[in-house]
Design a protein around this ligand. Structure first.
Ligand code: GLY
Ligand code: MN
Ligand code: MN
Length: 437
């Protein structure tokens, strides 16, 4: 059982409508179809916020929620049953089955949305739709303009346009217990895939072969797709933060950095581990690795309700900067290095990001210009790293080209945190043991 219960979507719609004034109308559309070439479409993946509110995976679908005097009402506009289309392109839920299957009040054919929306907007106080969606903006504005033309027939037009995105983003930031379990399942699959990669890794394999091992494990455990393009970066490729070529041979004596996570029923996981291609860390690799590991521990130790997001980054920066001073890659006092941000040459990204239906999930990081406090139910990644320029002649050769990142998926809980990816080996000893086995 991987799918959330239908009632979960109903509750979300209700919660959204309850946060809006009476007379509000919410319009949200499915993801558009993108053409790859000719009549071939890109793989279709539902829009996360649309799925969050509807549980509907199909194309050509619109959800309209109204908060009228008669109470909340959900209307879904979806594709009609069509034998020929279904023979070619797959089954459709259909208009008749949709209300029961999706726990909606009513369903209409996709083609009727423009016409019906005029009716649903009549007498409304405000229209709420995602300002990031030009197609929905066009649909809403066309309907409003038609409705305005019907004033003499007693129709009234809402005067307020409200952005839906921040409202749904704020809801998606806090995970229900069902969502947490869904994400934990996605993490379990990714953990198994990373373990598999560690187990089969051998000198002379290609990065794409290791990627294939990961993707195989994702698929056989029921994941529908990757949550983002997998990074399998041998040697100095690990110093390219968004390396996705994955086409080089893994060399004896190098590390390999794998940043890969599966998606399970529209929930992402996002894990990084770095391990030696030949199964044994060199002294230099171990030094850098354990520094990143200590930064991870320092960041994790901050996580509890009330801590602010930047506490994690500050803690990691302190450990990384001191460690780089200790091994001579930075010089001078810790405070001065932190003030001058000298660590950015080696650690140039942030400590993490919200995780949920999307890998870089929705939700703001600052409130009133200040880093936002952590609250139970949020999920964040923690992903410190050190990347040493392979081409910098001023750096002793023993360090050059080493790239290490360690990334875990962390749920904030009432009394601290739960590491959803804790079962994946992370210490030097545990990684070496797994690879030797
Ligand atoms: N895999 C993307 C990230 O770690 O942010
Ligand atoms: Mn990440
Ligand atoms: Mn990642």
């Amino acid at each position: 059982m991987t799918k959330l219960a239908t009632i979960e979507y109903t509750n979300r719609r209700q919660a959204l409508l309850q946060s809006l004034p009476q007379g509000a109308v919410v319009v949200i559309q499915c993801a558009p179809v993108h053409i790859r070439n000719g009549d071939v479409e890109q793989d279709y993946r539902q829009d996360s916020s649309f799925y969050y509110l509807s549980g509907m995976v199909e194309q050509q679908t619109t959800l309209v929620l109204t908060n009228g005097v008669d109470g909340p009402c959900s209307s879904i506009f979806c594709r009609s049953k069509d034998k020929l289309q279904e023979i070619w392109h797959g089954r459709r839920l259909g208009v008749d089955a949709a209300p029961r299957a999706l726990m909606m009040n009513q369903a209409y054919a996709s083609e009727s949305v423009a016409e019906k929306l005029i009716e649903l907007l009549d007498g409304a106080s405000q229209v709420v739709y995602g300002f990031s969606r030009e197609d929905t903006g066009d649909l809403v504005k066309r309907s409003l303009s038609k409705l305005r033309g019907l004033t003499r027939q007693g129709k009234t037009c809402p005067s307020q346009l409200v952005d839906l995105d921040p409202l749904v983003d704020a809801m998606r930031l806090f995970k229900s217990s069902a969502e947490v379990e869904q994400m934990a399942m996605a993490c379990d699959i990714s953990v198994a895939a990373h373990k598999r990669a560690m187990s089969v890794c051998k000198v002379g394999m290609n990065e794409y072969q290791l990627a294939a091992e990961l993707h195989h494990q994702f698929s056989i455990q029921g994941s529908q797709r990757v949550a983002y393009g997998s990074i399998v970066a041998g040697g100095e490729n690990a110093c390219i933060l968004h390396y996705t070529n994955n086409d080089q041979v893994l060399q004896d004596g190098d590390l390999v950095l794998i940043d890969a996570g599966c998606e399970l029923d529209h929930y992402a996981s996002d894990i990084t581990r770095t391990f030696p291609v030949n199964g044994r860390f060199s002294e230099s690799q171990k030094t850098i690795y354990e520094l990143v590991l200590a930064a991870r521990q320092a960041a994790l130790a901050c996580i509890k309700p009330g801590a602010v997001f930047t506490d994690m980054q500050d803690a990691a920066v302190k450990v990384i900067t001191q460690g780089l001073i200790d091994i001579g890659l930075l010089t001078g006092a810790l405070d001065k290095n932190i003030e001058d941000q000298t660590f950015r040459k080696f650690y140039m990204h942030n400590i993490g990001h919200w995780l949920g239906m999307d890998v870089h999930d929705v939700g703001i990081y600052k409130i009133g210009g200040e880093s936002r406090p952590l609250i139970a139910g949020m999920v964040t990644t923690v992903e410190p790293g050190i990347y040493i320029d392979p081409d910098d002649a001023n750096i002793p050769s023993q360090w050059r080209g080493i790239g290490v990142r360690i990334e875990d998926n962390i749920l904030v809980t009432e009394d601290g945190y739960r590491n959803l990816t804790a079962y994946l080996p992370v210490t030097v000893a545990d990684i070496e043991t797994l690879m030797a086995g």
